[in-house]
Ligand binder design. Sequence first.
Ligand SMILES: *Cc1c(COP(=O)(O)O)cnc(C)c1O
Length: 465
Amino acid sequence: MKFISTRGGAPALDFEEAVLAGLASDGGLYVPEELPQFSQEQISGWAALSYPELAFEIMHPFIGDAIPVDEQKRLIEETYAEFRHTAVAPLVQMDKDLWILELFHGPTLAFKDFALQFLGRLLDHILEKRGQKVVILGATSGDTGSAAIEGCRHCEHVDIFILHPHNRVSEVQRRQMTSVIEDNVFNLAIQGNFDDCQNIVKAAFADQSFLPEGRQLVAVNSINWARIMAQIVYYFYAALALGGPQRKISFAVPTGNFGDIFAGYLAQNMGLPIERLVIATNANDILHRSLSSNDYSKGELLHSLSPSMDIMISSNYERLLFDLFDRDGKRMAELMSNFNGGESIHLPEAALERARKLFSSARIDDDATIKAIAEQFDKTEYLMDPHTAIGFEAGRMAQAEVSSPMVCLSTAHPAKFAEAVERSGVDTEVALPHHLKDLMQREERFEVLENSLQSVQQSIRSSIG
Ligand SMILES: *Cc1c(COP(=O)(O)O)cnc(C)c1O
């Protein structure tokens, strides 16, 4: 399978190269030239498969012969064996035709484990074959960092450096990262905010000459194709559990960078009968504005109770726009350049109509988030984290527009965002799961650095010699 850039100006890559590349050299994102297509019979035939078996069926057409088949199966098996629920992604019924898909049973309690636990293993395999070592560099406001560190801690060919804003991530999130004491894991606490961390990472990627000979940087943010690929699986899994593909299904997805929900869009394009995908945003509503008032333009970054969705720009939306603009890379390059200059992207009428056939959207602010957590706990004693509550509230509201079961993606365990949950006034203890019970007592290791590119470059150089 070949992967092409959304901006039409970079060479096509094969699977391995696309995983290692991150951003394309023209600034675009890689997408498959063509998607695999599954027939209804083929999908029906998967009804009895376990999660890892299904994951292999769905990911194999993308990976092809880049990795031997038995190796692919082993990497997938090992990844999902780490999850602490035998169904891996269990469904919980909340009401008639209203479900929650729990995606927080991985080692770091957020849905990002689905992709990042796999990506770590995949990278190590590819690098072993190539006889290469790389440096993963990323910035995190919380969930990505801990999942990436957990996914890479046993990798022999990867050193991982994760920047987080010093004193600005929650204690649980920090400890999930800094209590991983391995020789290839480096936590750098930057004396600045998340944007400062991201800017340092961007600058380091732009000029990698500070690295020792033969090393390159690899990105693990959600623009990495392998992450999207791994997330397609649970859309099929949920549909099969609820009578699909004979019966249609809808999903509501709490959305930030548009990675998770883009995987749902791909599932639909690969043959899964999805009736509706609901984009649920917090007050950072660039996606909701694009769909509801055809205005995709940068707003101001707002801090919400759902910090993993606090974004100004949804990077993966470019992948959808590429399709909506009929895969015209030249046009995309122009649009994205204007967008970065402050202009709004307007969809042509026909494209907007096409998008609205599948997608709807809702903006759920902090007050509505807290209210949803409290109401649901009151009614059923089911406790949602703030991100999940946003998806749930948007899904509940959209039920009137659909005739299929609505599945709301639960993206994090409530204990990961205990403060926000407590703000809702629920009268219960928000406890960490058993395997993290001693998290607050574990030894931590991290380095505090001044807010500058040089200090980070120096730290990386001295750590990996
Ligand atoms: C990352 C994250 C999201 C947003 O996912 P995107 O793929 O960026 O849309 C939602 N909830 C939680 C808990 C997350 O960690």
